[in-house]
Design a protein around this ligand. Structure first.
Ligand SMILES: Nc1ncnc2c1ncn2[C@@H]1O[C@H](COP(=O)(O)OP(=O)(O)OP(=O)(O)O)[C@@H](O)[C@H]1O
Ligand SMILES: [Mg+2]
Length: 354
């Protein structure tokens, strides 16, 4: 990929699960991130989408170097962070910033906005007058008055607070911002304002984004590519339109169907069935097989790997290449009820509605 800013290769993060709070015995591992690879190009928005608990924030924390990976590598401008010098790591920390989900919890209520927005500059050794200038620039670029620097977070609405969060992420002029559910806690009416602001900022500065969300619909218009995650793995990776208009993996298809507005027909009519299993006891074979209405015997036995399709996207599913042709994606499934209580190794039970 050209102009790749950050690339993650075979990233794995397992959290040990212990019996007691203090010095307990390790009884297993949560495979929060299980061998994920992708790169983000300059000016690109790469969305990571999946249900709660699939490992999105863990990927974010690994990229932000708030967590160390169990294995795998992060490359910044083509160079492995494992082999980077102290000053290169400092440069990486400047170049990769974050905007988090909760605009209420993320800002210290006792600090003035100028201090909050300027904190990353302080950490990186910028002097007072330069900080004041850069903070005011950043506030202006997110549509807030320069004078907001003397106010406290409680004097702002949720949308304005998220703008403060964006300003804070911008001060160090990063190449990549990780946006972890940046609008989930905002009123629907102001979500698009914040997303449009992010898009403008990206257009002006050529910043790359990793945009994390559980909702495909909300990221579609912002994203260039989408990675769909399920239980720590990528199950599909492709262009945003490609995935939203014609999902290839049954799980992506069920996410698309779930976010299709009432009255519209989803491209592949698959209801989302059951709940995400525990990340500590991931199902054998394809982790999605207990929830997949197309599961075949091989699906519970062999884990599929991410493979390229002729249209360029990658998908991890045993339906490819031999079985997908026999599925009628446009067939609605009227009269079928998907029961969540009967999910077992053989897949969910699908029975006619009486
Ligand atoms: N510090 C930790 N210790 C142990 N387990 C953890 C830790 N952080 C995350 N996990 C587990 O790792 C898995 C992935 O969590 P993560 O927060 O990355 O999911 P997510 O996709 O961001 O979910 P959500 O949409 O709810 O934010 C979950 O099973 C979670 O319980
Ligand atoms: Mg999360």
């Amino acid at each position: 990929m050209n102009n790749t800013v950050v690339e993650i290769r075979n990233l794995v993060k397992h959290f040990p699960v212990k019996t007691g709070v203090i010095m307990g015995r390790t009884i297993g591992n949560v495979k929060a991130v299980d061998d994920i690879s992708f790169g983000v190009s300059q000016g690109e928005t790469f969305a990571l989408v999946g249900e709660s608990g699939c490992g999105k924030t863990t990927v974010a924390n690994l990229i932000l170097k708030l967590l160390d990976p169990t294995s795998g590598d992060i490359l910044f401008q083509g160079k492995s962070l494992d082999r980077a010098s102290g000053s290169e790591i400092r440069q990486y920390r400047k170049s990769v910033q974050a905007v988090l989900q909760d605009p209420y919890g993320a800002l210290n209520p006792r600090m003035r906005v100028g201090h909050i927005v300027g904190e990353p500059l302080e950490v990186h050794g910028y002097g007072r007058s330069e900080r004041t200038r850069l903070v005011r620039d950043a506030l202006r670029s997110v549509g807030l008055p320069e004078t907001s620097d003397s106010q406290f977070p409680h004097e702002f609405s949720g949308g304005q607070r998220q703008r403060i969060g964006v300003a804070r992420a911008l001060t160090l002029d990063p190449s990549l911002i990780v946006l972890d559910e940046p609008v989930s806690n905002l009123d629907v009416s102001i979500r698009s304002q914040v997303l449009n602001l992010l898009k403008d900022v990206q257009d002006q500065r050529g910043i790359s984004f990793i945009l994390i969300s559980h909702d495909l619909a909300s990221v579609e218009h912002m994203s260039h590519r989408i990675g769909v995650m399920y239980l720590g793995k990528l199950v599909e990776l492709g262009g945003a339109e490609q995935i939203c208009d014609d999902p290839a993996h049954p799980y992506s298809a069920s996410l698309v169907a779930a976010s299709t507005p009432p009255g519209r027909t989803p491209p592949w009519q698959i209801p989302i069935v059951g709940e995400v299993p525990s990340a500590m006891e991931t199902p054998s074979g394809c982790a999605f097989h207990p929830r997949c209405i197309y599961a075949m015997p091989v699906c519970s036995q062999v884990a599929p790997s991410l493979t390229k399709l002729p249209d360029g996207r990658q998908v991890s599913c045993h339906l490819y290449p031999d079985h997908i042709g026999s599925i009628d994606k446009s067939a609605s499934l009227p009269g079928l009820e998907f029961t969540t209580s009967t999910i077992g190794d053989g897949g969910p039970e699908v029975r006619p509605v009486e």
